[in-house]
Design a protein around this ligand. Structure first.
Ligand code: ZN
Ligand code: ZN
Length: 414
């Protein structure tokens, strides 16, 4: 984010979160009441040279389907994580809480989340999860205008506590019709966990005739390569082969703090979206244009043309100078992202204080002492970024030529 420094963004988020969570206090115990974030768990990546970098989670659940918290709690968590945008995407057809929460209006979860975020910087995106058995599986439609148009239940079973019976009725409306209805609202539609073990026993994602027909018709635009605790190389390859947007989501049903332990350095999977500005429309445009990188278990996953500018913005040489009276160079590598960057030296230079592998901590620096072998005025560095992928098993490279200060035998340069 170039708009604010990290410190300022953190402060803004805490204030915005406090303001958002204070709305509605007039009615007793009605607020989400999440404690303010201390800033240490805020997920933040720098803007690239050409775009703003927004942090989003496009797949979460609340009690309005099979989640275990009210939507406003999702907002409290998002504010604590410093997300720029999120969606609460309820299963339209799987309604296990229907006996307690009849849920006649499927837009209710979105409107509650939006109200809870009121007064904060957080953008809430309307969305739903279209839920079927194989081959369709699960698909999220986001940027929808009316969730009620995306499902059809001819006659609900009398026993509201029988979620399976309800699902079997709701399951009858063809998934392709539901996706078409979402498309007619201008939705961005993506394939959720295409390696879901309840559907695919071997957990391997494979393109189906059903999904390739949707892609050809222009109704399916993205694919999750990371969902919750899981990741799929096959899904990443499918995104590249079929021109789908690469996405990573939490799909959280419980609490972010329970599932990801942010206080202990963990993080939820998120999608970094490279936008023209900070708005819902700009996020939608960027998703359709495939300008994303996923951050999952500290792994950065994205197309080369999106990941390279992000790494260029995240990692820099803050200082490079000869050590006094020696012919070795001390570099300070600086990382301005929330990812720990794991680097492998691919040049012939060797280091005095590291093997060929080194790590630059999130929002921190690492010093590396290089042996250039002869006195030179500049160094050409190249590192493979080991915790980043542009395709299955393919790691991008970060390159930089740096001028060195205090070259021996010359006037002091600084
Ligand atoms: Zn699902
Ligand atoms: Zn889900």
């Amino acid at each position: 984010m170039t708009v604010w420094s990290r410190r300022t963004k953190t402060a803004q988020w805490i204030l915005a979160g406090a303001a958002a969570l204070c709305t509605g206090v007039a009615f007793g115990h009605g607020t989400a009441g999440a404690p303010a974030s201390d800033g240490s768990r805020i997920i933040e990546f720098p803007d690239t040279a050409t775009h703003e970098t927004l942090v989003v989670d496009l797949h979460t659940h609340s009690v309005f389907s099979d989640g275990h918290v009210w939507p406003s709690i999702r907002i409290g968590e998002a504010l604590r994580d410093g997300l720029d945008a999120m969606a609460v995407t309820e299963h339209l057809e799987w309604q296990p809480h229907r006996a307690d929460i009849p849920h006649p209006d499927r837009n209710r979860s979105y409107s509650d989340a939006r109200d809870a975020a009121n007064g904060s910087q957080l953008i809430v995106i309307p969305g739903s999860e279209i839920t079927r058995a194989a081959p369709a599986g699960h698909m999220n439609a986001i940027f929808i205008s009316d969730a009620n148009a995306l499902f059809k239940v001819e006659e609900a079973p009398a026993d509201a506590s029988d979620a399976v019976a309800y699902y079997q009725v709701a399951n009858q409306w063809p998934a392709a019709e539901a996706v078409k209805a979402a498309s007619s609202q201008g939705a961005f539609v993506f394939w959720n966990h295409p390696y879901y073990t309840r559907i695919y026993k071997n957990a391997i994602a494979r393109m189906t005739d059903f999904h390739s027909a949707l892609i050809r018709a222009g109704h399916l635009h993205g694919i999750e390569v990371a969902n919750g605790n899981t990741y799929s190389e096959e899904a990443l390859q499918m995104a590249l082969d079929h021109d789908l947007t690469i996405l990573g989501v939490s799909d959280v049903h419980n609490l972010i703090d329970w599932d990801y332990q942010p206080a202990a350095g963990g993080h939820r999977p998120v999608t970094l979206v490279f936008t023209k500005e900070r708005s819902a429309q700009a996020i939608k445009d960027a998703l359709f244009a495939q300008r994303t990188v996923v951050w999952f278990k500290n792994l950065l996953i994205g197309r080369n043309d999106q990941l390279t500018p992000l790494l260029d913005a995240s990692l820099e040489v803050a200082d490079a100078r000869y050590r006094p009276d020696l012919e070795i160079v001390r570099l300070t590598l600086k990382n301005s992202s929330s990812a720990r960057l794991m680097l492998r030296n691919t040049t012939d230079y060797t280091f005095l204080d590291h093997p060929d592998l080194l790590e630059v901590p999130a929002h921190g620096t690492t010093q590396v002492t290089v042996r250039p072998q002869q006195v030179v005025a500049e160094l050409s560095l190249e590192f493979e970024v080991v915790n980043a992928l542009t395709a299955p098993k393919v790691h991008p490279r970060w390159r930089r030529t740096v001028q060195i200060a205090d070259v021996p035998g010359t006037e002091a340069t600084q």
